[in-house]
Design a protein around this ligand. Sequence first.
Ligand code: LLH
Ligand code: MG
Length: 382
Amino acid sequence: MKITDITALTFRHKTNTVRDSDGHGHPGPESDTTSALLTITTEDGTTGHVICRPGEVREDLLDRFIRPNLLGQDALCTENLWYKVYKWQRLSGGQLLDRTLTAMDLALWDLKGKAAGMPVWKLLGGARPKILAYGSTMCGDDLENGLATPEDYARFADWMVNTRGYKAVKLHGWMPPMPGAPDPKKDYKACAAVREAVGPDVPLMLDPHHFYTRTDTLWLARKLAELDFRWMEEPMEEASISSYKWLRDNTDLNILGPETMTGKHWIRGEYVKADAIDLVRAGVWDVGGITPAMKTANMAECFHMATEMHGTGAGNLSVALAIHNTSFYERGLLHPFIDYDKPKEYQNRIDDEMDADGYVHGRDDPGLGQDLNMDYILANQT
Ligand code: LLH
Ligand code: MG
């Protein structure tokens, strides 16, 4: 199935998320934003799609790295195509982003699923038809009745578990520029309030400020172990593997990572070899796509380790449903002021509808399982 066309179009839609000065998302007034649709087409008219950020599929990136390596090639040979493009990163001077690789890889897997008439989660292995989600909160804020106090987190966690049906919860703590952040004691108070609100049996996790010192991290880890937290992720700069090894040597709490560290499946192998983590992290948008995420998960399985997918969306859900060694799908980011279940204007359905028992189900439609409103996308091109 020869690739004949690769296009990216940018379209306008609404968002209710604003970014603070450190880049963390919070609820805000409705405003216009743009996203991009990457489409890869083969000679028989089969297409693969993915929604991404416009900067990840700029025309100059497609012209320099993607089109020369993909056009005329067999779209089904995803391993071959991933390596052809990946090797260009070395001399790209930082131009070829991992996320560009991810967009290409996800569109190719969507195409492969459509060509096979199968959902990608089954093509990849199909370990389970549904997976429990954990409700993943937005970062702490200073909004009244939002996520400004430990009591706010407790109230929201109570709603997630006892009303919406989540079976597990992850808090994102307070991070600069929020008042008083970073403060491990304040993060701990929110975690303790949530544990009190949901009881002893609900798995809880924390994703705190990402730049704590070793000693602050260790203090927090020991306190979370007392609260029977399932894991903590990314509390320090992830380039310092020895800091994570030191942390793991000194606490009983499970440490999950690396999440945003570059290096794809290779760096995750190094973390495992260094005994620096208990659970492996792999998000398709962090590691360069489904292709390296599957390698990461298979590597972790060889050491009886779980791989927990980072982030939301059809690509991460496809891998989570495909692999044996994972426990949850991250659903979010959630906030009392945001209706996560409402589709965006460019979607007919959200990628990860969740039932009342806290399960997200794999779809049977061929491809990644994105249900896009193409009429909206085409009518709102910028
Ligand atoms: O710092 C943040 O804004 C969050 O940690 C964010 O990156 C989130 O995607 C995450 O890490 N989830 O696990
Ligand atoms: Mg995280």
